[in-house]
Ligand binder design. Structure first.
Ligand SMILES: Nc1ncnc2c1ncn2[C@@H]1O[C@H](COP(=O)(O)OP(=O)(O)OP(=O)(O)O)[C@@H](O)[C@H]1O
Ligand SMILES: [Mg+2]
Length: 310
């Protein structure tokens, strides 16, 4: 029996057990295999309170609990301001928690470390360094330099499909290519976990879809566990084993939803009823039916009477 079932941690907080979505036996078997694997990171009752410049206290996270198993790909979705970036920054060790803790391979995290790679939405490559030097940067900063680091960097550049671009500079690359270099740079340090905060948020829809497939291919070939934050419901489901839905005020786990869609994923699966069912479930968690409707904009008529479009 697996020591951990995804539904339990959120259910405990909610006091009820949401029914798992129906899934084919091969997907259930895959989840059972995932839950047999060791827990790589364990977020325990994590909370974070900020003090605003006006001296007000803002509780960004209140008691967030979840576990992620080795080589799982978990996505996090939730409304703006619910604490997604705060959560990932605490896991990365860039921000401290006000309460609770985060264990990586059973050890409490107290600061940043090479065992966690990060990719952000904004392009974070060093503009004065070539692609190869950007990827080597992490290797050199952990004491691996010279020809061996260069060989390794070139392998990572190949792995993200950018062979031939090693000597290019960031300004010579498209947005998607820059993010692939950022992924290569993060993975070159061989992190235990890859933390991604809306990494494809600034890309156009077509490049974004390409990047999702690149990421899945890379993840398939690398021993790394991924936590991926997104605002995009399709992206959250398409990539994930499980989707963690965060609620706000303060940030809390609403539910962790198992995606019942087989792997390898293909874009056609987005039309699969299993995909649409999970999408509906997550959408209801983010915007519960009966939620107060959005305030309509004030009506200021700027057209002639009789010229209505609807
Ligand atoms: N350094 C800070 N000082 C004060 N308040 C902060 C700080 N960082 C975050 N907050 C507050 O904490 C809450 C959560 O912010 P966070 O950036 O984690 O949200 P988010 O879910 O990532 O939002 P988005 O989807 O817009 O990126 C917000 O109310 C934000 O104003
Ligand atoms: Mg954010």
């Amino acid at each position: 029996m697996p020591d951990h079932h995804p539904a339990t941690e959120s259910d405990r907080a909610a006091g009820e057990k949401p029914p798992a979505l129906p899934m084919p036996p091969e997907v259930r078997a895959r989840f059972d295999r995932i839950y047999q694997r060791p827990v790589v990171f364990d977020v325990q009752n994590l909370s974070r309170t900020f003090i605003s410049p006006q001296g007000q206290s803002i509780q960004a996270l209140g008691g967030v609990d979840f576990k992620v198993h080795r080589r799982e790909l978990i996505t996090v979705i939730g409304p703006s301001g619910c604490g997604k970036s705060t959560l990932i920054r605490i896991i990365a060790g860039l921000e401290s928690a006000s309460g609770g803790q985060m264990l990586l391979d059973g050890q409490p995290v107290t600061g940043p470390g090479a065992d966690r790679g990060m990719v952000f939405q904004g392009y974070t490559l060093f503009p004065w360094l070539s692609v190869k030097k950007n990827v080597m940067f992490g290797l050199e900063s952990t004491g691996r330099g010279g020809a061996a680091a260069e060989r390794e960097a070139l392998q990572w550049i190949d792995m993200v499909g950018l062979d031939g671009f090693a000597d290019h500079y960031p300004h010579q690359l498209s947005g998607g290519m820059k993010q692939r270099v950022a992924i290569a740079r993060a993975l070159a340090n061989k992190p235990r976990i890859l933390l991604m905060d809306e990494p494809f948020g600034a890309l156009d829809a077509q490049t974004r879809a390409e990047m999702q497939d690149y990421l899945l291919q890379i993840w398939r070939n690398v021993d790394v566990t991924i936590l991926f934050i997104t605002h995009d419901l399709d992206e959250a489901i398409y990539l994930a084993d499980r989707v963690l839905v965060l609620g706000r005020n303060p940030g809390h786990v609403k539910e962790i939803v198992e995606v019942p869609v087989p792997r390898p994923r293909t874009p056609e699966q987005m039309f699969d009823p299993r995909f649409t069912r999970v999408k509906q479930r997550v959408e209801h968690l983010i915007h519960p039916p009966g939620e107060a409707p959005k305030k309509p904009l004030p009506v200021i008529r700027m057209t002639a009477v009789g010229d209505e479009v609807f």
